[in-house]
Design a protein around this ligand. Structure first.
Ligand code: BJ8
Length: 403
C-alpha cells in the first residue's frame, strides 16, 4: 500500500499529509533494508511484514470502524493501563509510537532537550499531527511513572484529551488500595463512552482475550531461546512481533503468533538456525524500544551476536503475567485479580524493586545467555540508577549501555 491510498482518511483525522508522507517514505525505505533483506526468515513473518505495510493503512480503517460503532479507542504509553477493560468494552487499546527521531525536533519547541527521547518522540507526533493512532483516539491515557511523563501530559492535554492514572511507586497495602481505585476510575471512564456499565461476561472476555495474547507471546519468548544451538528467528523479527503486539487486533495477533511458533518449533526440530553455532546469545534488559526503534538489535545482529529476548515493557514485562480468573464470580472479583496481576509489573519506577533483579538472574540462567546488555534511554533516571544494582548483583564487569 502507499500512504497516498489513505489520504482522505488522514484528512478526516486532521493530519499533516505532507509531513506524514515524509515520515512514511523514510519508514518504507529502511524497512526493506532492515527486515526484508534478512536471510532464512520464517515464512510466518510475512503476516507481520504485511501488518507493518498497513500499519497506517488498513489497521487504521479497522480502528475507525470500531469507533463508528461507539466503542472506545484509547492510546497509551505504559503497560500499566489495563487494556482488558477497553477490549471488554469492544474497543481498541494501542501503544503510541515513541521510537522515532523524526518527531523530536518539533517536540523540543515545547519540551526540554534533556528528557527521555521516548516522551519527546511521542509528544512530537501529536504536535506534528503525523500519527493516525493518536489522531483517532478518543483520549490518551498517561500515567505518573516518571517525572517527565507526568508533566508532559499536562502539555499534551492542551492538544488532545489526556487522562492520567496515578501509578503507585511502592507495593504496600496502601498503594494497592490506591491502584484499585485507579482501575475502577479507568473502568468508569470507558463506560462513559459506551454509555453503560460493563458486564461480568464482557470484562471476563476482555481478560481472556488478552490472557491468550500474552500466552502466545510467552510461547514465542520460550522458543527464541529454547535450544542453545538453534536460534529459529532473528533478534529483529522477535522484537518486531513484540512491537506489533501493541497495534494489532488481539485475536488475529494471537492466531498469527501461534502459527509462527508452530513453524519455529519445526525449525528447532530440524536444526534450522538464523545464526551459526556458537553465536553469542544476548539478553537485552531495561527500557522499552518503541516502534520503529530497531537500532540496537540491528547493531548486535550485524556484528556477530543475537538477542534472544527483551526484558522490557515491549517484551517480557508486558506478557510475563496473566490474570488468573479461576473462581471469579463478580466484576469486583475480576478487578481484584487485575489488581494482583498489575502489581506484579516490575518497572524501575517502584522502590524497592528487588523482584526485577531476581527475575533477571533467573532468566539469565534459564536461557543460558552469554551476556546481558542493559539498555537505558537517556535521562531515564529510574532504569539508569537501577542498572547499578543489576550490575552489582549479576557480577558484570562492564557498564550499562545508554542511548
Ligand atoms: S511500566 S518502563 S512502559 S513506565 S518514559 S520511565 S523510559 S524516562 S517507558 Fe515505561 Fe510503564 Fe515503566 Fe514500562 Fe524511563 Fe522514558 Fe520515563 Fe519510560
Amino acid at each position: 500500500m502507499a500512504a497516498a491510498d489513505y489520504v482522505e482518511i488522514y484528512k478526516e483525522l486532521s493530519m499533516d499529509i505532507e509531513k506524514h508522507e515524509e515520515l512514511m517514505s523514510a519508514l518504507f525505505q529502511i524497512y526493506p533494508e532492515i527486515f526484508l533483506k534478512q536471510k532464512n526468515r520464517p515464512k510466518g513473518m510475512e503476516y507481520f511484514d504485511w501488518l507493518m505495510s498497513e500499519i497506517h493503512g488498513k489497521r487504521i480503517v479497522e480502528l475507525l470502524e470500531i469507533k463508528k460503532q461507539g466503542k472506545p479507542l484509547v492510546g497509551t504509553f505504559c503497560i500499566f493501563v489495563p487494556e482488558e477493560i477497553v477490549i471488554g468494552a469492544g474497543g481498541a487499546c494501542y501503544g503510541l509510537c515513541g521510537g522515532a527521531q523524526f518527531s523530536i525536533p518539533d517536540a523540543e519547541r515545547d519540551l526540554p532537550r534533556n528528557i527521555c527521547p521516548l516522551i519527546k518522540s511521542a509528544y512530537g507526533f501529536k504536535v506534528q499531527r503525523t500519527c493516525p493512532y493518536t489522531q483517532s483516539s478518543d483520549f490518551i491515557y498517561g500515567e505518573t511513572t516518571c517525572e517527565a511523563k507526568k508533566k508532559t501530559w499536562e502539555l499534551l492535554n492542551k492538544l488532545h484529551p489526556t487522562h492520567v492514572m496515578h501509578i503507585p511507586q511502592m507495593k504496600r497495602e496502601r498503594e494497592k488500595n490506591l491502584w484499585r481505585q485507579e482501575i475502577y476510575d479507568f473502568k468508569k471512564h470507558i463506560e462513559e463512552i459506551i454509555g453503560r456499565e460493563l458486564t461480568f461476561e464482557e470484562l471476563k472476555e476482555g481478560i481472556e482475550k488478552i490472557n491468550k495474547k500474552r500466552e502466545a507471546m510467552q510461547r514465542l519468548d520460550y522458543l527464541r531461546s529454547a535450544n542453545p544451538e538453534v536460534v529459529p528467528i532473528s533478534s529483529k523479527d522477535g522484537l518486531l512481533v513484540n512491537q506489533i503486539s501493541f497495534y494489532d487486533d488481539p485475536d488475529r495477533f494471537t492466531r498469527k503468533v501461534h502459527e509462527l511458533c508452530d513453524e519455529l518449533e519445526e525449525r528447532i526440530e530440524k536444526g534450522i538456525s538464523v545464526v551459526p553455532p556458537g553465536t553469542p546469545r544476548i539478553m537485552v534488559i531495561g527500557t522499552p524500544m518503541a516502534l520503529p526503534n530497531w537500532k540496537l538489535h540491528h547493531v548486535v545482529e550485524t556484528t556477530g551476536g543475537v538477542i534472544i529476548n527483551e526484558e522490557a515493557c515491549i517484551g517480557h514485562r508486558y506478557y510475563k503475567d496473566n490474570i488468573d480468573i479461576e473462581g471469579a464470580k463478580t466484576v469486583d472479583d475480576l478487578i481484584e485479580r487485575m489488581l494482583e496481576r498489575y502489581m506484579k509489573i516490575d518497572c524501575a519506577c517502584f522502590t524497592p524493586n528487588e523482584e526485577r533483579i531476581e527475575k533477571i538472574i533467573r532468566m539469565y540462567k534459564e536461557k543460558k545467555a552469554d551476556g546481558i546488555i542493559y539498555y537505558s534511554l537517556s535521562f531515564c533516571h529510574t532504569y539508569n540508577v537501577e542498572s547499578k544494582k543489576v550490575i552489582d548483583r549479576t557480577g558484570s564487569r562492564q557498564r550499562a549501555f545508554r542511548s
